[in-house]
Design a protein around this ligand. Structure first.
Ligand code: 5GP
Length: 206
């Protein structure tokens, strides 16, 4: 059996509830590792360096790119975001299912690099609900919310390259669905070829 972990990429409209989904998923099941990204954006209130993001300067971010420390990176609304390579590769090796919560450009470059990664796009049930959630969060100015809604419309453009759409209407149901989707990947034929080959050997010996 292939013991290497699944690389799952979760994207979705800003305000789709990804953060809450990830939090519940990792609290409830212990097979997941959540990658912490590096970003040049300033911390929001309550955000902690090393837990929510590694908050770095533009210079430090450029150095990380130069030294090939990022699996992927992208620019999103005036800032840079990137996935640290070492942590992700180490956790996958240990057999952990690693989750990247990243935007679409990054997701697509991960798929190119790791064709057996799983790309899931999370969306609220409607555009109206999306705006409501973004406004209720209260952490962004009106100008930023407008920019994010505009970007959300653009994000739907590449969605056909994802593997699954997850509509986050009922949070409990969404957590369970996400967990099942990721766990089902362990049963993919491509990951079980050693098992089948062993079976065939054993059958020949009977
Ligand atoms: P926020 O500023 O709201 O925390 O994140 C903005 C966007 O950047 C979100 O869509 C989030 O998923 C994405 N993001 C966070 N980390 C990364 C990363 O490492 N790489 C990429 N490509 N996007 C990221």
């Amino acid at each position: 059996m292939n013991r290497k972990g699944i690389l799952a990429v979760v994207s979705g409209f800003s305000g789709a509830g990804k953060g809450t989904l990830m939090k519940l998923l990792t609290e409830r099941y212990d097979n997941y590792s959540l990658s912490v990204s590096a970003t040049t954006r300033s911390p929001r209130e309550g955000e902690k360096d090393g837990r929510d993001y590694f908050f770095v300067t533009r210079e430090e971010f450029s150095r990380m790119i130069r030294d090939d420390e990022l699996l992927e990176y992208a620019r999103y609304v005036d800032n840079y975001y990137g996935t640290p390579r070492k942590y992700v590769e180490g956790e996958l090796e240990k057999g952990k299912d690693v989750i990247l919560e990243i935007e679409i450009q990054g997701a697509l470059s991960i798929k190119e690099r790791y064709p057996d990664s799983l790309l899931i796009f999370v969306t609220p049930p409607s555009a109206k609900e999306l705006k409501k959630r973004l406004t209720q969060r209260g952490t962004e100015t009106e100008e930023i919310i407008r920019k994010r809604l505009k970007r959300a419309a653009e994000e739907a453009v590449g969605v056909e390259n994802y593997d699954y759409i997850l509509i986050n209407d009922d949070l409990e149901e969404a957590v369970l669905r996400l967990h099942r989707l990721i766990q089902d990947q362990h049963m993919r034929v491509g990951r079980q070829l050693d098992f089948i080959s062993d079976m065939r050997g054993q059958l020949a010996d009977l």
